[in-house]
Design a protein around this ligand. Structure first.
Ligand code: SF4
Length: 499
């Protein structure tokens, strides 16, 4: 959206007072994100009413997609609701929002009628304009105007959009539409631009990265998500068909010193070829993000994850065997409807024995419109929170042991910038961050001597924002790769010095 606005010559400001039009980009994935979105919209409308009555208000994103029928009457103060498919029309919509707001203010002051006597047609400026298509099909390409909001040394690269899975707790497929992959050449072109722009880490993202390419041809198995059906579909692909493996090989062959990281892989869609590809491509980090959500067979079935415990255990073994030094990240949901104490304990035992290098645990969020939302045996909020705390306490031990094992090793890291002493101290003792439990005790934090500089870096096992960091003593060039020796660890971070 920002790229398109700038291409049109518009200026972007983060200061509400300066804006002619405010755009609230919303999330509707879980209840808490939705609440935050609604609060921001209402606060913006209230501020506008008191301070800048001619300011337009646009609401974009998933909240609009999810509640396109209900929102105009629930939030008449909004000028335009826009969906995913309208991203490239944003500049036109901004102009319309401004004009509609002005028109609305003028007609309100010119017609001092009681609100109940004013008849508003669905297209009149008195009602918000709803520019939303029901099943979005939009996907950006290399020609899409883009303004990156990430730091210069890493970037997210969307390889596909939408999802064909039936997970019973998830509303995403209804908001983002069916899976649609970008053409491989298009992705490669964008990657080249990013590398030329100084990006040192490309994070491939989508809702289901391992399904990449399967929809690029006439595929009879499209939409079928079980491992067996996926294998059938993959085996039937003709020689040279595009898959995540072929895409990784092409990206790996590009000139330059950079990392490639794959995020959001679905366990049902792993192939032996993908394992071999990750192992053999030197630019692909030895890191796997594979959300499993649960391990108990009844929970996996109720969640409609299309995978079984046996399948998952076998897959994890194949990944560990096929990719030496791999760091596996997963996420689990606790407190899903029907999760008994015994089911939860089997998850705890799985966390203890599997020893994931990276793990996030989230409490189940009850979502209207999903199958799980109407299931019996919902778990209380207190119980959900207690289970999350217990699972993360269990992971804390695993994480500390992993950190201890790294001490003395040499690893290649990407330097992000200078560490702020206070932020560093705080990061090491903060109790919660990104689903991680950090120890409250200050004893695990290093003694930060005055006068010594530290840099923040990430290793292969650390995806931006969600995993740990490597703090390196000394001054090193930002955005460069460096070899460091690990000299210590905290609960989730490593401490190092130049090697
Ligand atoms: S794989 Fe499941 S959880 Fe992930 S986006 Fe698709 S439906 Fe949602």
């Amino acid at each position: 959206m920002i790229g398109n606005l700038m291409k049109d010559g518009m200026q972007i400001t983060n200061t509400t007072e300066d804006a002619d039009v405010v755009i609230v980009n919303t999330c509707s994935f879980i209840d808490s994100a939705q609440e935050e979105s609604v609060d921001t919209i209402l606060e913006s409308a209230q501020w506008r009413q008191l301070q800048k009555p001619h300011q337009g208000l646009i609401v974009a994103g998933c909240l609009t997609q999810r509640y396109r029928k209900e929102l105009p009457s629930l939030m008449p103060e909004v000028d335009i609701f826009m969906g995913i498919d309208q991203v490239e029309e944003i500049a036109t919509l901004v102009r319309q929002a401004r004009a509609r707001r002005q028109h609305r203010n003028e007609s309100e002051s010119a017609m001092p009628l009681e609100p109940s006597t004013q008849e508003a047609s669905p297209k009149s400026p008195a009602t918000p304009l709803m520019e939303v298509t029901a099943r979005p099909r939009y996907i950006p390409d290399v020609h899409t105007a883009r303004f990156r909001l990430t730091p210069p040394h890493f970037a997210y690269l969307k390889i596909a959009e939408g999802c064909n899975h039936p997970c019973s707790f998830c509303i995403i497929p209804r908001m983002r539409g069916s899976h649609r992959s970008r053409q491989p050449d298009d992705i490669i072109q964008e990657a080249k631009h990013l590398i030329a722009d100084g990006v040192r880490e490309i994070n491939l993202i989508s809702q289901d990265s391992t399904y990449y390419g399967l929809d690029l041809r006439d595929n009879p198995h499209r939409g079928i998500s079980s491992p067996e059906k996926f294998k059938q579909a993959s085996d039937a692909l003709p020689e040279g068909a595009s898959t995540l493996s072929s895409l990784l090989k092409e990206l790996n062959a590009l000139e330059g010193d950079f990392w490639i990281r794959i995020l959001y892989t679905h366990p049902a869609h792993w192939t032996d070829e993908l394992i071999q590809t990750i192992a053999s491509c030197e630019k692909v980090v030895k890191y796997v993000d594979i959300p499993l959500q649960h391990i108990h067979p009844n929970m996996l079935e109720r969640m409609r994850r299309e995978t079984t415990r046996d399948y998952i255990e076998d897959l994890l073994q194949r990944i560990r065997k096929g990719i030496p030094e791999i760091a596996i990240r997963t996420t689990f949901i606790v407190g899903f409807p029907g999760e008994t104490q015994a089911y939860f304990e089997s998850l705890l035992e799985f966390v203890q024995t599997t020893r994931f290098e990276r793990l996030g645990v989230f409490t189940y969020s009850h979502e209207a419109g999903t199958r799980a939302g109407s299931m019996a045996n919902q778990v209380s909020d207190e119980e959900k929170a207690a289970r999350r705390d217990q699972a993360m306490a269990c992971q804390l031990e695993v994480s500390r042991a992993w950190g201890a094992k790294q001490v003395g090793r040499t690893m290649r890291v990407l330097i992000e910038g200078t560490a702020d002493r206070e932020a560093m101290q705080e990061a090491m003792v903060r109790s919660w961050e990104h689903g991680h439990l950090r120890s409250e005790s200050e004893t695990s934090a290093p003694d930060l001597e005055e006068g010594i500089e530290w840099m923040v870096a990430r290793g292969q096992a650390d995806a931006p924002d969600i995993d740990g960091r490597v703090y390196v003593r000394g001054k090193l060039p930002a955005h460069s790769f460096q070899h460091v020796r690990i000299i210590g660890h905290t609960d989730y971070d490593l401490l190092a010095e130049p090697a």
